[in-house]
Structure formats: structure tokens, C-alpha cells
Design a protein around this ligand. Structure first.
Ligand code: AMP
Length: 506
């Protein structure tokens, strides 16, 4: 039966014997094996009671099986719901209660800690071990290698990805088969992906960047992946080098931190990068300084693009034309982008700063079970209000000038200050707090908290760190905590975070 996304993937397979994925050590998985593994996992999901439209949550370390289970969900007509491995059971509990998935697939080590949250949400915990063992692996291994795909049309949901909420609640962005397929096909064309490409994959797979931009781009061009567990400068250099009998990378896709770290590698030279076709950056602003330093070292201009979970990719610097540092390029073909007055939504004249709004087949279907929130984030003419502030220059390049929502992006991961502030404010001895992102050479931004204590309260930096450990994922913990008598506020009573950034940013 016709399954919009998976049919396109199958149609792009150049040869079933071609390598789909290879580890750095040289272990390969062929396209033929990707097809049979995803079929076996699809059978396993069905045996576990998953029906079309059911959500399947997963909190699992990066591995090839992660991708097969994603593809199995697509084939079985389920809605894939990947969760950041850094989330605590407390945080996962919210996602389960909100999304009501049929299953929560996890590493065996997490099963106990997730059992309570799963029970409360009526979701079944199913384990999958990294060394290929566990209930899900066993069920798949005992299943046939062919699966009759569940019929899914372009508008059917393929995934829900949670974005952190600015005002408390996280929102599940609903992504359809065509949101994913159309965006990947556009990028394959725009970035000139071919079956000859080998993408060095060092991104996490629970996020839109590593899961959809990187993986779907390779799948919809019939290329190959060199699959690294996580970022490592020396491993990236190795993946770019000639190694007898092993694949050699042609494209690297990363967050800006990848590039600042690569610049610190003595082995990053013109020769080391000579056979690379493309370096792509996104998920957070790439400093123009990093762009220039990388170019001076390697002779290659990083291609920066812009997108978000809700919209997939919206803009990109050109493949052939000038890749301008500090800009995110042009709206992608088929994507309408405007800079509008944040209050009225009226388009602003070229050159003015305003709210970036986008419309196109890339834009998501809305927030899971939040019709009002969804309605408030769209203009009546269908444009999605991104929350990012930007400007279009006289050559048509889009510049991101700030984040209307005060989002902090550290190492490519988003942290909404409000969430960290709420946890700190709940601690005994704390009156209030403000959490800001400060420039950091390694992470892009470092989470910093400014805290007001009750008079005579003994709570200190160590006590706050200790208290947050079980409440928040590690990437959200403040790297530095400052104590002040009071927070600066404007006439409307709003905390002036710009002043805090100026005070502590130097
Ligand atoms: P996420 O939904 O996690 O992908 O985060 C999306 C947000 O990351 C966007 O709304 C932007 O604020 C930011 N972002 C992504 N790419 C860029 C970029 N190239 N430059 C600046 N900000 C970016």
C-alpha cells in the first residue's frame, strides 16, 4: 500500500547492495539490510499492539537500531516520538502523559526509572539493548524481513517532536509525512546530494537536525552515512581521510560547536578537507568569526542554514553563490518567508527588523492537543510566527538578529530560561532568578543564572547545582550562578535581561 515517506525512500535506493550506514570501524549496513531491519521492527511494533496513528515514544542512545525503529514507525503508520537522552524521568513523565504513546522504548538501564511515569500514562515500557538484545530486539529478530507498509498519505503524521515551552509547558510539534519528505527533497536538490555522497553523522538523533535534516537527506538521495556515536574532532578528521576499504566522508553537517572545536584540531588543514564537498552548519548562530577562521584554515566556506523543529529548514545560503558569514541565506524553493511587524503581522519593508514568518509544505501541522496555542502562532493567511527576529538585506539574504523568546542555545541544544528559573525559584531561600545565555567560545552560549536570595538564606551555588541535578537535564544546568540583591526591571516590571547580559557577559 502507498506510504508517502517510505515509498519515496525506497524509490531512491540506487542499489540494494549499496552501503546505507557504516561505523567508523568499518562495519556496514546495506540498503537491503536497512529494509529488512525496518520491516522486522515494524512487525515487532504491531505485535506489541501498535496501530496506525499510535504514538511510539523512544528514549534510547544513538545507534543504527534507532534509525530502523524510526523507519519502522513510518512503515507501521505510527507517530515516532524521540526523546532527548538527557531528559530525567521526571521530564519524560510529562511527555508521556501529554502524548499518551502506546509504548516507551528505552535502553534497559532506563527501564526501572521510567516505569512509574509509563504506568501513569498507560504506556508499556519496552527495552532495546545497545548490544542487540532486549524484548524489542528479540521480537524483531523473530519476525519476517518483509512488511506490508501501512497506507499513509502526505498529511498523515510521521512524528511528534517536543520543543521546550517558553511559558512552562512543552509543546509537541506534529510533523506530517509530507513535511519531512518535501523538505528533504528540496534540500537534496539545493545542496546537490547524490548517491555518491557520504554524510559524516555526529549529531544526536532525537532532534530534528540529526534525525530529519541529516538522515532524511541521505535516504532521499540514496547516499551513505558514516555514523559516529557523538562529536569527536579526531573521529571527524578520520572520517574525512582515505582509509582502505572504508567510506570517506564528503559532507559534514553540524552545529556551530562542531566547527569551533574542529578549528582547535591541529589536523584540520586544507589537505585534510580537500575531498570534502560541503560543510553545513545550523541549529544556532554560527559566528562570522568562526566562518572566517574555518575558511582560512581549510579553504572551504561553511554553508549556514536556518530552521526549527516546527518548520524543518526554511532558509539556506546558496550552494554556488556567496555564502555570507552571519547570514542564513535565502528562503528555500517553495518556502515563503517574510519579516513582519510582531504585533500586526503586516510585512515590513526590506531592511527592517521584525518577526520572521514562514509558510510552505515544510511547516508543521500544529501543536499536539493545543489547538488554541497553534492558532495563536499562525497568522490568518497561514504564515507561522517563528519567534525569531530577523531582517532581509538588499541582496535578499536573511539575517537572524535575535530570538524573541530569549531562547538559549548551548552546544546546539535549546534551553528556555523560564524552565530553569522555575526550578531555581522553587528552592527554599530563593526569592527569584533570571537565566540568561552568555557568549561562550565552545558552546556558543553558556547558561548563566542570576539569583536573589532571601535575607540571611544560606543557599549557595553548590546547593543550587545539587538541587537541579535530578530535576533538569544536564545541558540545562547553569554553568555559572551569580547572587544579587535585586534584579533590574523596566517600568513595566519586566526583568531587563539585556542589562544582565551586559553586566555578566564581559
Ligand atoms: P530547534 O527547534 O531546536 O531546531 O531550534 C530552532 C531555533 O534555533 C530557531 O528558532 C532559531 O532561534 C535557532 N536557529 C536555528 N538555526 C539557526 C541559525 N542558523 N542561526 C541562528 N539561529 C538559528
Amino acid at each position: 500500500m502507498s506510504n508517502h515517506l517510505f515509498d519515496l525512500i525506497v524509490a531512491k535506493i540506487p542499489d540494494p547492495e549499496k552501503i546505507f550506514l557504516q561505523t567508523l570501524e568499518g562495519d556496514s549496513i546495506l540498503y537491503r539490510q536497512m529494509l529488512s531491519a525496518s520491516a522486522r521492527y515494524a512487525h515487532a511494533l504491531v505485535k506489541l499492539g501498535v496501530e496506525p496513528g499510535d504514538r511510539v515514544a523512544m528514549q534510547m542512545e544513538k545507534s543504527p537500531a534507532f534509525l530502523f525503529i524510526y523507519l519502522a514507525c513510518v512503515r507501521a503508520g505510527a507517530v515516532f516520538l524521540p526523546l532527548n537522552t538527557a531528559y530525567t524521568p521526571h521530564e519524560v513523565g510529562y511527555f508521556l502523559s501529554d502524548a499518551q504513546p502506546k509504548l516507551i522504548i528505552c535502553d534497559p538501564e532506563r527501564a526501572d526509572s521510567l516505569s512509574e511515569a509509563a504506568k501513569a500514562a498507560d504506556a508499556r515500557v519496552v527495552v532495546h539493548g545497545h548490544g542487540q538484545y532486549g524484548e524489542l530486539y528479540d521480537l524483531a529478530a523473530a519476525s519476517p524481513p518483509d512488511f506490508s507498509n501501512v497506507a499513509r498519505g502526505p498529511d498523515d503524521l510521521a512524528a511528534i517532536l517536543y520543543t521546550s515551552g517558553t511559558t512552562g509547558r512543552s509543546k509537541g510539534a506534529m510533523l506530517s509525512h509530507d513535511n519531512l519528505a518535501s523538505n528533504a527533497l528540496t534540500l537534496v536538490d539545493y545542496w546537490r546530494f547524490t548517491p555518491e555522497d557520504v554524510l559524516i553523522h555526529a549529531l544526536p538523533v532525537y532532534h530534528t537536525h540529526g534525525l530529519f535534516v541529516a538522515t532524511n537527506n541521505v535516504l532521499l538521495s540514496g547516499g551513505s552515512l558514516i555514523f559516529l556515536p557523538k562529536f569527536s574532532g579526531p573521529q571527524i578528521l578520520e572520517a574525512m581521510s582515505d582509509r582502505p576499504g572504508k567510506l570517506r566522508g564528503t559532507v559534514l553537517m553540524g552545529v556551530p560547536t562542531f566547527y569551533t572545536r574542529l578549528i582547535d584540531e591541529p589536523g584540520l588543514t586544507r589537505e585534510a578537507c580537500a575531498r570534502m564537498r560541503l560543510f553545513i552548519s545550523g541549529s544556532a548562530p554560527l559566528l562570522a568569526e568562526t566562518h572566517r577562521a574555518f575558511s582560512a584554515r581549510t579553504g572551504q566556506a561553511i554553508l549556514e542554514r536556518y530552521g526549527m523543529t516546527e518548520t524543518n529548514m526554511s532558509t539556506s545560503n546558496p550552494y554556488d553563490g556567496a555564502r555570507i558569514p552571519g547570514t542564513v541565506g535565502f528562503p528555500l524553493p517553495g518556502v515563503a518567508l517574510r519579516v513582519a511587524d510582531p504585533e500586526t503581522g503586516a510585512a515590513l519593508p526590506q531592511g527592517e527588523i521584525g518577526m520572521i514568518e514562514v509558510k510552505g509544505p515544510n511547516v508543521f501541522k500544529g501543536y499536539w492537543l493545543m489547538p488554541e496555542k497553534t492558532a495563536s502562532e499562525f497568522r490568518p493567511d497561514g504564515f507561522f510566527i517563528t519567534g525569531d527576529l530577523g531582517m532581509i538585506d538588499d541582496k535578499g539574504y536573511v539575517h537572524i538578529v535575535g530570538r524573541g523568546k530569549d531562547l538559549i542555545i548551548s552546544g546546539g541544544l535549546n534551553i528556555y530560561p523560564k524552565e530553569v528559573e522555575t526550578e531555581i525559584d522553587s528552592l527554599p531561600g530563593v526569592i527569584e532568578s533570571a537565566v540568561i545565555g552568555l557568549p561562550d567560545a565552545d558552546f556558543g552560549e553558556a547558561v548563566t543564572a542570576v539569583v536573589v536570595r532571601e535575607k540571611g538564606a544560606a543557599i549557595d551555588e553548590a546547593a543550587i547545582h545539587a538541587a537541579l541535578r535530578d530535576r533538569l537535564a544536564k545541558f540545562k544546568w547553569p554553568k555559572t550562578i551569580h547572587f544579587v540583591e535585586e534584579l533590574p526591571r523596566n517600568a513595566m516590571g519586566k526583568v531587563q535581561k539585556n542589562l544582565l547580559r551586559a553586566t555578566y557577559g564581559g
